[in-house]
Design a protein around this ligand. Structure first.
Ligand SMILES: O=C(O)CCC(=O)C(=O)O
Length: 367
């Protein structure tokens, strides 16, 4: 457990974070900007009242002493105030306050399956949100199936993202429809709407009716697949995460275009997900050599997305729904024969941050 210490040097006071790696001096500018003093931060919102970029470039710590459980720190710009060492320790690591992703394959031991009624209990909901954040998907059974129940379900988890398809959309087979999702063809693993900015964060797909023997659903964890590609072909992985791809959707009233790499990395180089929809993408004109290398890596990625070792394959029955992180977990379906009967799903997008916010709030409440 890290600790905060004041180094006893009256000429040059220092506050350090001490852990098993040694001491890290806490910079005066860092400490000064973190002051919780009511003159510096609003007590209700915790939001800062001053602009840290206006602090003097040469700011120094001029005094540091323990005062009960707190530290009293004074700075060269004349400000002094109390600090809670625990808050300094917590602030020393930037974290989103959500659990890390757990990569999975088709042989995962416990699928995150819940009953809608149990998700009305906040403790169960917290567990389900934990599963969702770590695994990137949830399966929920016995959901309400009125015409717009999907919005009630969506609001239970977060904020609905309305698009040109509406606040929710109907997935059933109709000729001449404006998306292949609305034909009875098989849809390989894909993420939805890579042509939007921002891409819809989370998708809910709820089955209202399936009288056909086909139309099975699939889910794949892109993090698990891409980790394998990165191991086998680091150069190919690098190309997939650097070379921009153009994604486009168009119909009579809409034309959406976005240009971004297929593999998405965060600022620290960690993979956060993919934009993958082979029916919608175009790679730019690059050298013959890079095109071949790109093609090989993309082929490997695509083949592993289709590989039964990575792909969950199941039937959604009426009242059953899946909710998945649209940047991380690819979804698809097998073809179906509309002459066998009716198959109808409803879909809805919600922002990625809704379930994460709810998770933090419930965690605060129960811990
Ligand atoms: O029909 C399905 O099961 C899935 C449809 C789909 O992939 C989509 O709407 O994006």
């Amino acid at each position: 457990m890290p600790e905060i210490h004041v180094l006893d040097n009256p000429k040059k006071p220092q506050v350090v974070l001490r852990n098993d790696k040694g001491d890290t001096v806490l910079p005066a500018l860092w400490l000064r900007a973190r002051s919780p003093d009511p003159s510096q931060r609003d007590v209700v919102t915790g939001q800062r009242l001053m602009n840290p970029h206006l602090l003097p470039d040469d700011l120094t710590l001029v005094s540091a002493r323990h005062e009960g459980a707190h530290l009293h720190l004074g700075f060269s710009d004349g400000f002094s105030g109390l600090y809670d060492p625990m808050e300094l320790i917590e602030g020393s690591v930037l974290t989103e306050g959500c659990p890390e992703a757990t990569l999975w394959r088709a042989d995962m031991p416990n699928k995150p399956v819940y009953l809608w009624a149990t998700l009305q209990n906040e403790k169960v909901l917290l567990k389900a949100l934990h599963d969702f954040i770590t695994l990137g998907f949830l399966l929920v059974n016995q959901t309400p199936t009125q015409a717009d129940s999907i919005l009630t379900i969506a609001h239970h988890f977060g904020f609905v993202r309305t698009t040109n398809f509406g606040s929710f959309f109907e997935v059933y087979s109709r000729p001449d429809s404006n998306d292949l999702a609305y034909r009875p063809v098989a849809l390989g693993p894909h993420t939805d709407n890579p042509y939007r900015t921002p891409v819809p964060g989370i998708q809910i797909l709820q089955c209202l009716q399936n009288e056909t023997s086909g139309g099975f659903s699939t889910l794949v964890d892109s993090l698990a697949v891409a980790q394998q590609v990165r191991l086998e072909d680091p150069k190919g992985f690098d190309l997939l995460s650097r070379i921009p791809v153009r994604y486009e959707y168009r119909d009579a009233t809409t034309q959406l275009v976005a240009v971004k790499p297929m593999i998405e990395l965060d600022g620290a180089g960690h993979m956060t997900g993919v934009h993958y929809s082979p029916r919608l993408d175009d790679i730019p004109l690059i050298s013959e050599e890079d095109t071949r290398a790109y093609h090989a890596a993309r082929k490997r990625l695509g083949l592993l997305f289709e590989d039964p070792r990575y792909q969950l394959h199941f039937r959604l029955n009426p009242g059953e729904m899946m909710m998945f992180d649209n940047n991380r977990v690819l979804h698809g379906r097998t073809s179906f024969d509309p002459s066998e009967g009716h198959r109808q799903l409803q879909g809805c997008y919600i922002d990625r941050d809704g379930p994460r916010s709810l998770y933090r709030v419930l965690k605060r409440k129960f811990s």
